[in-house]
Ligand binder design. Structure first.
Ligand code: C5P
Length: 209
């Protein structure tokens, strides 16, 4: 049987991760959160560069990335998200992470990958492409609630500013910018419950399978 691939892209904190995990569980697909690849590279680059990010160090970090780096502590923090977005704008970093993502997508179980460029660059032939969005305010509120669990002092304004800066950098870079593929379905989750968003995505997969 054909290997089914679902590509889920969109800006930070739009609900990609939640939707991807639910679809993977429901259909038995393997799931790759590709943001973790960039986060792990950013964290490694920050450490190796003693707090600043330098392109040659970031490229070496991406080339040396190992699966266990994707489960390191601290990958979900704001500063590491920022570092991820900086290293993600370096073409050689993206190139170093490409084969791993394509191989992951070719698994016999089928796969769902979420990120920024899955439908446009990594898996342009994906069977289902979704571009998940939500208003800036809703995305900031969701991410703030998440981050406040481990950092109660973090403010909504701080989170909103971080998201806006990161999205702008991701959308404006030359190599694989954040944008919907021409054939992606737009899913705006601003007014949707998690279950309703998952149901819409699942309906699309069931139709194509
Ligand atoms: O999805 P997440 O917020 O964890 O991604 C962190 C950063 O990694 C993004 O802001 C983006 O710069 C980068 N990224 C990317 N391409 C992907 C996934 C993530 O450039 N496919």
């Amino acid at each position: 049987p054909k290997r089914f691939v679902v590509a889920i892209d969109g800006p930070a904190a739009a609900g990609k991760g939640t939707i991807s995990r639910a679809l993977a569980a429901r259909y038995g697909f393997a799931h790759l959160d590709t943001g973790l690849l960039y986060r792990a590279t950013g964290l490694k680059a920050l450490r190796d560069g003693h707090g600043t990010i330098d392109a040659p160090v970031a490229i070496a970090a991406a080339r040396a990335l190992r699966p266990e780096d994707l489960t390191a502590d601290g990958l979900r923090t704001g500063p590491v998200g920022e570092a991820a977005s900086v290293v993600a704008a370096i073409p050689e970093v993206r190139q170093a992470l490409l084969d791993f993502q394509r191989a992951f997508a070719a698994q016999p179980s089928g796969a769902v990958l979420d990120g920024r460029d899955i439908g446009t660059v990594i898996c342009p032939d994906a069977d289902v492409k979704l571009f998940v969005t939500a208003s800036d305010a809703v995305r900031a509120r969701r991410r703030h609630a998440e981050l406040a669990k481990s950092n109660p002092a973090i403010t909504l304004e701080e989170v909103a500013g971080d998201l806006a800066r990161r999205d702008a950098r991701d959308a404006q870079r030359t190599d694989a910018p954040l944008k919907p593929a021409d054939d992606a379905l737009l899913l705006d989750t601003t007014e949707l419950t998690i279950d309703a968003a998952i149901a819409e995505a699942a309906a699309l997969i069931t139709r194509k399978r």
